[in-house]
Design a binder for this molecule. Structure first.
Ligand code: NAD
Length: 244
């Protein structure tokens, strides 16, 4: 059977572990060449070692414009094109609204929202003139539900990611570049390891927390030609935790 991403080049931010790693692995299984971008070089290299197709590890902080531009240049120098961008890098720092420092607010917004903007900006010149491209952003159920009480800046950042997705989808649609997002619920990764998964699973209608692979399957669909008529969509992968 033809692989869904054969001949495609993808860049996945936050690809060093968790959901990002699962996306890199599934994309490579489906034939893509993957740029594994992460702020942590070691993690990016570890992911790269697991991929069945040739890829490249890119160390970059998505919140730093120059680093983003350099990473995209490296990828294109290596593989000649960019077809798919997954803006997966994100951080969750718990803080109450009253105690949230300016630095904490700025960093959460910088990685989750500005990072998505900067990577989209770097990708557009590589996609728009070719009339091809798929961008998948990582939002969160928190953008709809309000998240847990310790996450107000994260909620605001992810709501921004959802809104940016729609705005960019509209802008890029005439150029056949599709922009969609995923809103995961509770997924079993390092990000959620301090929470009790048993307690969380009890609140999820399907009765379990999700796996990184569950989210990767949705990213694969959105990145592939199977989703050729879908843009500006935000897909929940949450076991029914939030239904709308
Ligand atoms: P994770 O913490 O396990 O992995 C995040 C990865 O991003 C790490 O490899 C980290 O090094 C990298 N990273 C962090 N800051 C970066 C930066 N500035 N530049 C580049 N890379 C950076 O997280 P995860 O659970 O795999 O989450 C992935 C995405 O999914 C995030 O955007 C997160 O907000 C979102 N999400 C996760 C869940 C969940 O339950 N795990 C739920 C909803 C949304």
């Amino acid at each position: 059977m033809a692989r869904k991403l054969a001949g495609r080049v993808a860049l996945v931010t936050g690809g060093g572990r968790g959901i990002g790693r699962a996306i890199c692995q599934l994309f490579a299984e489906e034939g893509a060449h993957v740029g594994v971008a992460d702020i942590d070089k070691k993690l990016a290299e570890q992911t790269l070692e697991t991929l069945p197709t040739p890829g490249i590890a890119l160390q970059l902080d998505v919140a730093a414009k120059r680093a983003v531009e350099a990473g995209f240049s490296d990828l294109v120098a290596h593989f000649g094109q960019l077809d798919i961008l997954v803006n997966n890098a994100g951080i969750l720092l718990s803080t109450t609204f009253e105690d949230c420092s300016e630095e904490t607010w700025d960093r959460i917004l910088a990685v989750n929202l500005k990072g998505t903007f900067l990577c989209c900006q770097a990708a557009i010149p590589l996609m728009k003139p070719r009339g091809i491209g798929a961008i998948v952003n990582m939002s969160s159920v928190a953008a709809k539900s309000g998240g847990f009480t310790g996450h107000p800046p994260y909620v605001a950042a992810k709501a921004g990611v959802s809104a940016l997705t729609i705005g960019l989808a509209r802008y890029l649609a005439p150029h056949r570049v599709r922009v969609n997002a995923i809103a995961p619920g509770v997924i079993d990764t390092d990000m959620t390891k301090t929470a009790s998964h048993a307690d969380l699973a009890a609140q999820i209608p399907l009765g379990e927390v999700g796996t990184a692979r569950d989210v990767a399957q949705c990213a694969l669909f959105l990145a592939s030609d199977e989703a050729r008529h879908i843009t500006g969509e935000i897909i929940d992968v949450n076991g029914g935790l939030w239904m709308d």
